[in-house]
Design a protein. Structure first.
Length: 115
């Protein structure tokens, strides 16, 4: 199983970024996918979840109305569109797959929101 994130970077407050996570090594379309983030000195925070067919989506209260998770099962890819970014969104963002009892993580992509 491999998860590879991309799309992070430095953006000004109010800006947008789109993160991508491309998966391999498992039947992507059969599993829910999640985005987490970890800011310096803080615990992992679950940001967004999308079910296997994309029929159900859930967000942390801190990002509702600003972030949108989506997936393209034909491309084995899950996305996180982040709008109206705030300095408190600064973190390393990870995609996550939970397969049976196992958790799989990507290497993470840094998002920095600053002037």
């Amino acid at each position: 199983v491999q998860l590879v994130e991309s799309g992070g970077g430095l953006v000004q407050p109010g800006g947008s970024l789109r993160l991508s996570c491309t998966a391999s090594g498992f039947t992507f379309g059969n599993y829910d996918m999640r985005w987490y983030r970890q800011a310096p000195g803080k615990e992992h925070e679950l940001v967004a979840t999308i079910t296997s067919a994309g029929g159900s989506i859930d967000y942390a209260d801190s990002v509702k109305g600003r972030f949108a998770i989506s997936r393209d099962n034909a491309k084995n890819t899950v996305y996180l569109q982040m709008n109206s970014l705030k300095p408190e969104d600064t973190a390393v963002y990870y995609c996550n797959a939970r397969i049976f009892i196992y958790e799989y993580w990507g290497q993470g992509t840094q998002v920095t929101v600053s002037l």
